[in-house]
Design a protein around this ligand. Structure first.
Ligand code: KE4
Length: 438
């Protein structure tokens, strides 16, 4: 069995594509949205990632959001190290999972009962099944450009990797199933009202990214979430907030705390696992009581509530709860956005920046970007040039125009200023070089 490690990125990628589809384990990592071969990383610390050729890069992917404390936070690493010697998985109840469930319920306002799972996809999929089982209805509403994981029912006009590849949806999803999913323009109140007027009584749930992050960042108008809540109340459809990205990021209690609109179910992931494979769905106890074995809606998982992942998530929540970093994250992220804006202005580069707390996107277009159709008007060629110019200057951005940047507590003012300086130089080089591609 080959146990070769290391080698140049190109050598590694040549080996990777021979044994894994596209050479990666998740499509967006393959750099298809920006061109060139992906970097391979061997270590993360604080705001930095180190690649196989010893380049230390400022990281704004941060594992796509989980690492709000930065890579390898000492408290988190110590907690995980402490439990490793006790065994990796039991497939049985543990005290840790009870503590984590209690911590999530104490933190996320609308969650009274919770089930731990292993990914955001699994959490969204389970929440949809639960909504259908609880209401006895089949139709589901989502919004164009929102991504909730690779759930069959939700791979319709999705964002993230689907948007990056321009796939309107995915082969393999039965049309009979896709027809039960209604994807509406994001934050379009007229389209939403029209749906509920016509099909509200047949709708099991509406699932929404409370701040969209998978078409790039798009913050909905306040009225949108409020109106969604009202129409769900009137129709009996459940309101499902996908807070996989926003949970514990845009506020400790997520977007539902930030905007004071409360869903029936909440899908969670990323930060609650602290970087380990751990996600969750939860909400009203009367709804969650329908999940097996308490109720008839089946959902299960070999590694759900895994003690190592639970230790990681619990340590992350405890650090965030003990000293909520949200004012700091707001100030640092605003500093970054301001610096990027000034650099673009200085070089006459058409742009707009959407930001909510410590999640932001620099769009290469004049904007405004208020939904998926608008986001798709971005100049992805310029983004690709900028991405590589930043990489050459030691900054690793999400390899797609349709993703969010995730500053962490570890991104100090000095690191933010280093990023802004790199952006200024990168933009100058891109403008001078005619926006070259790799
Ligand atoms: P996972 O199944 O990837 O753990 O979570 C799916 C998911 C659900 N909901 C939201 C709002 C999400 O952003 C995600 C996953 N986010 C992407 C990045 N935009 C993960 C990166 C990837 O697919 O590799």
């Amino acid at each position: 069995m080959s146990s070769r490690r290391g080698g140049t990125a190109r050598d590694l990628y040549a080996r990777a594509v021979a044994v894994m589809p596209g050479g990666v384990n998740s499509p967006v990592r393959a750099f298809r949205g920006v061109g060139g071969a992906p970097r391979f990383f061997v270590r993360g610390h604080g705001p930095f990632l180190v690649d196989t050729e010893a380049h230390e890069l400022v990281d704004y992917v941060m594992s796509w959001g989980p690492l709000i404390l930065g890579h390898a936070h000492p408290v988190v690493v110590e907690r995980v190290s402490r439990v490793l010697g006790d065994g990796l998985s039991f497939g049985a109840a543990t005290p840790g999972e009870v503590a984590l469930a209690e911590a999530i319920i104490d933190t996320i306002p609308a969650v009274d009962m919770v089930r731990l799972v292993n990914s955001g996809t699994e959490a969204s999929m389970s929440a949809i099944r639960l909504a259908r089982g609880f209401t006895g209805r089949d139709r589901v509403v989502k919004f164009d450009g929102c991504y909730h994981g690779h759930v069959d029912s939700l791979l319709v006009a999705a964002g993230s990797g689907v948007a990056t590849f321009g796939l309107p949806d995915s082969p393999g999803v039965p049309s009979a199933l896709a027809e039960l999913t209604h994807s509406l323009p994001y934050a379009d109140l007229d389209a939403m009202d029209a749906h509920f007027d016509r099909l509200g009584a047949e709708t099991a749930c509406v699932i929404v990214e409370t701040v969209a992050g998978n078409m790039g960042v798009v913050e909905p108008p306040e009225s949108f979430l409020t109106r969604l809540r009202e129409r769900c109340n009137e129709s009996g459809a459940l309101l499902v907030f996908d807070e996989v990205m926003t949970g514990l990021r845009v506020a400790l209690g997520g977007a539902q705390e930030r905007y004071q609109v409360y869903p029936d179910l909440t899908v969670m992931g990323k930060i609650i696992g602290g970087g380990m494979p751990l996600a969750a769905y939860g909400g009203r106890s009367d709804i969650m009581a329908h999940i097996a074995p308490a109720g008839p809606v089946y959902q299960a998982g070999t590694l759900s509530g895994n003690p190592v992942a639970v230790a990681c998530g619990l340590a992350t929540l405890e650090v965030l709860d003990s000293e909520p970093p949200y004012d700091l994250l707001e100030a640092r992220s605003a500093r970054l956005a301001r610096g990027l804006h000034q650099a673009c202005e200085r070089h006459g580069v058409e742009h707009c920046i959407n930001r909510v707390g410590a999640m932001l996107t620099l769009f290469f277009q004049a904007g405004p970007v208020t939904d998926y159709a608008a986001a798709k008007r971005s100049d992805t060629g310029r983004f690709a040039s900028f991405f590589h110019a930043m990489l050459q200057r030691g900054v690793y951005l999400p390899p797609s125009q349709y993703e969010a940047w995730f500053p962490s507590v570890a991104h100090t003012d000095a690191v933010i200023d280093q990023t802004i300086e790199a952006a200024d130089e990168a933009l100058a080089a891109c403008v001078k070089g005619g926006w070259p591609r790799p």
